[in-house]
Design a protein around this ligand. Structure first.
Ligand SMILES: [Zn+2]
Length: 337
């Protein structure tokens, strides 16, 4: 039964998402390995048929005749594809009627409020928000990154958080407020900064051809995590280098993996550092369709076996989803091979 009040619909959608997290063991996996909630992988785990197609005027659809299935557009950024897929997964999980979904699902973020909502759609949106961005996921990333409540009002932090959640910057801002981690006034202030400014600031002085791709800031705190990114993404590595002790970060593996190093500089020691460390800042553009493990290490050139620090990150930069199999399906086929 679809809820008959707005609050009831939000509750039903939220509970269904939490139930699916439990059934699929998602929380323990994400808390151990970082990264986002694998929406397309979850659809695969449920054996729910998925079609990725260029869709005219639609972001996605849920069909249930003759059997349940999901359609998701190939024509949007990965964060939108993930939200759409989570919304359609919500229709399936909640036993809804078929639905053709356009841009409305993005505007109908449960925070935004609406005059005469169709409660099935409110349920599916609440499901999508909770499935992709549960409260515990914000805490998991904050704890890994060493962020406190004050960091959630900093646009640069919230942008990096959004990349790790696999959500858009705006959706991340709204959901922070929905989880009561910031106020709606903070949301307005955060939305005054556009991701493009944050990207330009991070990359400066490097200027890419355009700012469509995302810019990930990676530090030692990202060690052991998964990066789920897109083809035009760029990486800024900010690494503490213990040069006083003779240690250097070896970034050859990045080059060997085909990354173009477009910036490499040393700067002032980090504020919290003791002794004579420097901050190494490496800007790297990945090769096309990169997928693999990046393992960088800090050691003394004359003693390469004694690693001081390691930054190992599993990257999949093949987003957004294209026609055919989802990236999650491709990954599981490769692992089985
Ligand atoms: Zn819908």
């Amino acid at each position: 039964m679809v809820a008959t009040t707005y609050a009831g619909a939000v509750r039903a959608g939220t509970q269904a998402a939490a139930r699916l997290h439990r059934d699929l063991g998602i929380r323990s996996r994400v808390e151990a390995h970082g990264g986002n909630v694998d929406v397309f992988g979850s659809i695969g785990a449920l054996d729910l048929p998925l079609l990725l197609r260029p869709l005219q005027g639609l972001l996605g659809a849920y069909l249930n005749d003759p059997a349940p299935g999901i359609l998701v557009t190939t024509q949007r950024a990965m964060s939108i594809q993930r939200f759409t897929a989570a919304h359609e997964l919500g229709h399936f999980s909640l036993g809804h009627e078929p639905s053709l979904d356009d841009e409305g699902i993005l505007r109908r973020m449960p925070m935004a409020g609406e005059r005469a909502p169709k409660f099935q759609e409110v349920e599916a949106d609440a499901f999508a928000v909770e499935f992709m961005m549960p409260r515990w996921l914000f805490f998991a990333h904050a704890s890994r990154q060493g962020w406190t409540a004050r960091d959630f009002v900093r646009p640069d932090r919230v942008y990096q958080l959004s990349l790790r959640l696999g959500a858009s910057y705006a959706a991340t801002c709204y959901t922070l407020a929905r989880h009561r981690l910031i106020t709606s006034g903070h949301v307005d202030a955060l939305l005054e900064t556009k991701p493009r400014e944050l990207k330009a600031e991070l990359l400066d002085p490097y200027r890419p051809d355009d700012y469509r791709g995302d810019v990930w800031l990676l530090t030692e705190r990202d060690a052991g995590t998964r990066i789920d990114g897109s083809r035009n993404d760029i990486f800024v590595l900010r690494l503490k280098e213990h040069s006083g002790g003779g240690y250097l970060w070896d970034i050859d593996q990045l080059k060997d993996s085909g990354f173009a190093i477009v910036g490499d500089e040393l700067s002032e020691p980090p504020e919290d550092s003791v002794g004579d460390n420097v901050l190494r800042r490496v800007t790297a553009a990945p090769p096309d369709d990169f997928r693999g493990l990046i393992e960088l290490a800090e050691f003394r050139p004359w003693d390469p076996d004694a690693l001081l620090t390691k930054l190992d990150v599993e990257m999949d930069l093949t987003g957004p989803e294209e026609e055919g199999l989802s990236r999650a399906e491709r990954r599981s086929l490769l692992e089985a091979a």
